[in-house]
Design a protein around this ligand. Structure first.
Ligand code: KIV
Length: 302
């Protein structure tokens, strides 16, 4: 695989405050598609402006506002209760932090299962209100993918352990372990590509199945617990940087202990406050000479 290719840099007439004047143009859907077989794609999730800004600065290709924000940001036990309002709200916040990556938003449970018209309507909301450039939905939803693509919105498919179907699976179980199941996943992946999906997320399946799907489809695959042969990899931001608590899925690799860094920073602040070490003189605002003296005198009575 070639190293990540250099993308065009666009000079902005008026640079946004605090940003360098020549920022990268966001990666496009055609660029993602042509990356297959050329270079590996990198995706991470984000839930708000700071996580998006730091992920973007880290040089990822795609940022996903995953419905995993239910657990990562909202303290819920699963992804099923996330609403369209919440997804739009978080997508808009993430969009504010994205400069050079392609922003994809998850369609939450219930937003595309009831009718294709409803699926198109909700996909449009994520783009128009949330400022996403593409949407992702779970499972072999060929008609919905076709309808959303026909509306002009790029679609990412998601197969394997699709968390919105957790109750049908009877838990968060690895998918495609049997020959029949593996073949079914390969057929579903072909179907999604034919329906117009430009990218496929493959979650929690044997590495050999991830590899077979990657060979079988003309569009890139992004693995999360689907082995190294996928065309790219995705991790959830909180898992990657160390903000989530164990137990973690087998495929998670921690690249930082941000949670522990934050805990010890807060503990140090608390210690300084309690010991009277914070704030110091340099951390206080000064006043014109004489103000402190005047304030220490009693006000004159009239
Ligand atoms: O919601 C999410 O974070 C996802 C990833 C697992 C790809 O869909």
């Amino acid at each position: 695989m070639e190293e990540r290719s250099k993308r065009t840099r666009k000079a902005r007439a008026v640079p946004p405050q605090g940003r360098e004047s020549d920022v990268k143009a966001p990666l496009t859907v055609p660029e993602v598609v042509t990356a297959k077989g050329q270079r590996r794609l990198v995706m991470v999730t984000a839930t708000d402006e700071p996580s998006a800004r730091w992920a973007d600065r880290g040089g990822v290709d795609l940022i996903l506002v995953g419905d995993s924000l239910a657990m990562a940001a909202l303290g819920r036990p699963d992804t099923l209760s996330v609403t369209m309002e919440e997804m739009v709200h978080h997508t808009r916040a993430v969009a504010a932090g994205v400069t050079s990556s392609l922003l994809v938003a998850d369609m939450p449970f219930g937003s595309y299962q009831t009718s294709t018209a409803n699926a198109v309507h909700n996909a449009c909301r994520l783009v128009a209100e949330g400022r996403a450039r593409a949407v992702k939905l779970e499972g072999p939803r060929f008609a919905e993918v076709e309808a959303i693509v026909a509306a002009g919105i790029p679609v990412v498919g998601h197969l394997g352990l699709t968390p919105q179907s957790v109750h049908r699976f009877g838990g968060y179980r690895v998918q495609g372990r049997g020959v029949r199941d593996a073949r079914r996943l390969i057929e579903q992946a072909r179907g999604l590509a034919e329906a117009g999906a430009f990218l496929l997320v493959l979650e929690a399946m044997p590495a050999s199945v991830g590899a077979a799907i990657t060979r079988a489809v003309p569009i890139p695959t992004i693995g999360i617990g689907a082995g190294p042969a996928c065309d790219g990899q995705v991790l959830v931001f909180a898992d990657l940087v160390g903000l989530s608590d164990p137990p973690l899925p087998r495929f998670v690799r921690r690249y930082a202990q941000a949670g522990e860094m934050i805990r010890s920073a807060i503990a140090a602040f608390a210690e300084d406050v309690r010991a009277g070490r914070y704030p110091k003189e340099a951390e206080c605002y000064t006043a014109p000479p004489g103000l402190a003296r005047a304030l220490s005198r009693r006000p004159r009575r009239r």
